[in-house]
Design a protein around this ligand. Sequence first.
Ligand SMILES: [Zn+2]
Length: 565
Amino acid sequence: MKKITAILIFIFFGQQILRAQDYINPLDFRLLLSGSFGELRSNHFHAGIDIKTQGVEGQKVYAIADGYISRIKVSSYGYGKALYIRHYDGRTSVYAHLKEFSSKIDSITKKEQYIRKSFEINIYPLPNTINVNQGDIIALSGNSGSSGGAHLHFEIRDTKTEQPLNPLDFGFKVKDIIPPIIKELKVFNIEDAINRDNIKNQIFRVKKNNKLYSIDSIINVDKKIGLGIFTYDQSNDAYNKNGVNSIKVFLDSALIYFFELDRLDFNKNKYINAHIDYQEKKNSKKKFHKCFKLPNNSLKNYKEILNNGYIRLNDNNIHKVRIEVNDTYQNTSILNFKIRMKTEQKELKSNEITDANIRTKLFPWNYENSFENDNFKISLKERTLYETINFRYKKKDSISGVYGMIHMCHYDYVPLHKRATISIKSKIPNQLKEKAYIAKVNNERYSYVGGKWKNNYLTTKTSELGDFAIVVDTINPVIKGINIYPGKEIKKQTTIKCTIEDRESGIKKYNGKINDQWILMEYDHKRKLLKYNFDEIIKKGNNTFVLEVEDMVGNIKVYKAKFSY
Ligand SMILES: [Zn+2]
C-alpha cells in the first residue's frame, strides 16, 4: 500500500514538474530593451517588452516553452505579423512585428489568406493542430505593422483573462542597475478645474544629488492640488528611455498614492489618457504621470489611493512630500520637496470668454451630452469624458482645400474615451456629395475622419475633439509599378512590386489579380509597398496582372500590365 502511494505521489508530482515550465529567451542573444512593460504609449500602456534585434530584421525567434499556436494575426498595422503560443501553465506568449513565419505556419497562413482572399487575417488554430516545442524556431523577427524600427515585441499573457503580465517577472534577464530618472514635477491647481483657461499649473525642474532628487524652495500651493511627475527608466547598455514600474507618493510620511504596472487590461488600456497629463503631452510631448485620479478613470493599477490622490491643505504649516519611483528591478529614485498653502487665496476669476463668437455648454462627464446649432451637431455618450468640461463651439473661417466653414468643436487636448458623433450640414452640389468626407483640420492641414449623408447632414464618429470641416476628394489613388510594366519579359525576378498611395482620403482597399485569379499581395503601409511573391498562380508564357486600388470615398484606380514569364 505504501509503495502504491509513493508511486502515485511520484506520478502526481512528476506531472507537476513537467507542467511547471521554465521559459527560455525568445532570441538567442542578450536581451536589451527598447521598450518596457506598461510604458506610456499613445492611447495605451505598452502590453509587453520591446527587445532589440541588433538593429536588423531576420533574427530567429524561438518558442519560449512547449505549447501550440493558438492565434495567427497578419495586419499592415498594429502588431503586423504576430504569433500567439498557448502554453500548458495557463499563460500565452505573444511575438509581434515578425518578418516571416516558419514554413509550416506560413503555409497554413497562406492557405487561409487565399481562402479569405485577404492579406489581413486573424485565425485561431485549434489545440494541437500546430504544436511547438520549447526552442523551436517559429519565425524571423522583423519590423512589420506599426513598428518604428526592427525589434521583437514580446508579451506574456494570462491565458484565461488575456491580461498582459510583465514578462520581466518570469525570469527573463535584463541587466538594469540604473534607477529611474526624474525630470520634472507638476503641481495642478484643482480648484475650479472646469475653467481651464484660468488655471496656473506649475512645472518645477528637479535637482539631482546622488540618488536623491529635490526642489530647493518651498512650493506655495493652492488649497486643493494634484501632483504629476515626468519620469522614465533606463537599463544598462541601452540608450532607450523606457517606462517606470511604480510610483508612490507620501504626504508627511503617510502613503497617499501607489500606482503599479504589474498587469494590464486591454479593456481599460485607453484610460491611459486619463492617467497621463494629456494636454501637456499634446503641447510638449512630455508624458507626466498624474498622481491623482480623474472621476471617469477605471484603471485597476492604483493599489492605494487616498482622496483620489488629491491633496487638500487645511493649515499654513509646511508639509513634506516624498515621491518614490521604481523600475521592475526595484531600483528606486526619490524626490523630496516641501509645500505650504498660499497665504493669499486669490479670488478665482469666473470663466471669462473674450471671444463673443464662442458658444459654451457644460458637459458633465457622467451624462450624455450634446450641442447643436444651425448647421452643426455633436453628441457624446455618458462616460465619454474623463472629467466635466465647459464645452466650446465656434465657427471659423475656411482654409484652402476645405469646403465651407470650419467648426471648432472644443479642443483636441481634451481626450475622449469613446467616439463622439458629429454632423455637419452642407449645401454641397449633388455631384460632389458622394466624394465628400469630414476631415479633422489641424494647422492648415486636414486628415480623413469619415462620413455618411443623411438628409443634408454628413455624419461620422470621431475619436478626437478639435476643428472639423468638409473636404471633397475626387482624385484617384496612384499606382506605380516597381519591377513591372506592360509588355515586360520577366526572366529572373520572383516578385511583383508596386507602390500605392492616396494623398487625400487614404486607401480603403486593394485587389491584385493574375489571369483573373486573386493573388496574395502583402501590404507594407510604411513603404506604401504591395508585394506578390510568385506562387502557382503565375504561369509560364503570357500573364495579365491587374491591380485595383480604392480610396475612402470610392475613387478607383486600375493598373493593368500584360507580361510574359
Ligand atoms: Zn512593443
